[in-house]
Every structure is written in C-alpha cells, then in structure tokens.
Design a protein around this ligand. Structure first.
Ligand code: FES
Ligand code: FES
Length: 158
C-alpha cells in the first residue's frame, strides 16, 4: 500500500462506461492512458501544449490539468470517437486532404479542439479558428493548413 486514499470513479468514454480506482492527484490524462486510451497524448503534462485535449461534455479540455475525480460521471470523447480507418470524420478527411496532418502528438489534440469548435460554432471565421487552436502547440511547422482544413469543413467544401 502507498498510504494514499483511492476513490472509485465511473466515466463514459466514447459512449462506453469505464470504471477505475484513482488517487486524488490522478489526472484524467493518466487515467485514460492507463485504460488504454493512448490516443490521448501526454506532451508537456502541465497545460501548455494541448496534446492531451479531450472533450468533456462536449467542451475541449486539457486532460492533464483535469483530475480523474473531476471527470466522474461525465461524458468524455477522445480522438477515437471521431472516426475510424474505415470511416473517417469529415475533419479527419479534411486534415488529410489539406495536408494538415502533423505528428501523432499534436494532431489528436488539434482534431478534438476543432471538433469542439465546429460543434459549438459551425461557421467560424479564420480568426475564430486560430483563436480556438491557439492552445494546441506545434513546434515544427505553421498552422495555415490546419486552419484551411477546419475552414473547409465549416464551409462544407470537404
Ligand atoms: S499534455 Fe496536457 S497540455 Fe500538454
Ligand atoms: S508537434 Fe506535432 S508536428 Fe509539431
């Protein structure tokens, strides 16, 4: 025993009930990864990069700064709720078409942020898109193709 108190939690992840026992300090990120939702990426682990973004009740949220206990009873969506190889979500298709796919670390979070944006505001301006993804960092390249891809979906041009 490690002397910590553990709490039983139950979340709905991508439509499926997931239960576990967590310490007060366990992040939602670590909990999800421990349950094999490894599409949720661990980048900075301190709220700076957006790689760990998931939707909680439809809102884009950095899971590294959210305790697993806070997520008790909530609906969580990870990248795998969007689409699969056989049937990609329009956002995933647009990222491919516009060559907005970047590395496996930043792309999952970018897509989840874009999903939350379009669910809330189906016709954002380019500035709205830039603002929405401003918390999703990529050190490697520019953001133009990502903005192009999200804009194309918003305009039904995909
Ligand atoms: S890993 Fe959560 S914001 Fe970077
Ligand atoms: S961090 Fe993913 S391509 Fe730069």
């Amino acid at each position: 025993m490690d002397g910590k108190e553990y709490y039983n939690i139950k979340l709905i992840v991508n439509g499926k009930e997931v239960k576990g026992s967590v310490a007060a300090e366990t992040s939602l990120l670590d909990f999800l990864r421990s349950k094999n939702y490894i599409e949720v990426k661990k980048g900075c682990d301190k709220g700076d990069c957006g790689a760990c973004t998931v939707l909680i009740d439809g809102k884009a949220t950095v899971s590294c700064l959210t305790s697993a206990i806070q997520a008790q009873g909530r609906k969580i969506q990870t990248l795998k709720s969007l689409g699969s190889w056989d049937k990609l979500d329009p956002l995933q298709e647009a990222f491919v078409k516009h060559e907005a796919l970047q590395c496996g670390f930043c792309t999952p979070g970018m897509l989840m942020t874009a999903k939350a944006l379009l669910d809330e505001n189906p016709h954002p301006t380019r500035d709205d898109i830039k603002e929405a993804i401003s918390g999703n960092l990529c050190r490697c390249t520019g953001y133009k193709k990502i903005v192009d891809a999200i804009e194309a979906v918003s305009k039904g041009e995909n």
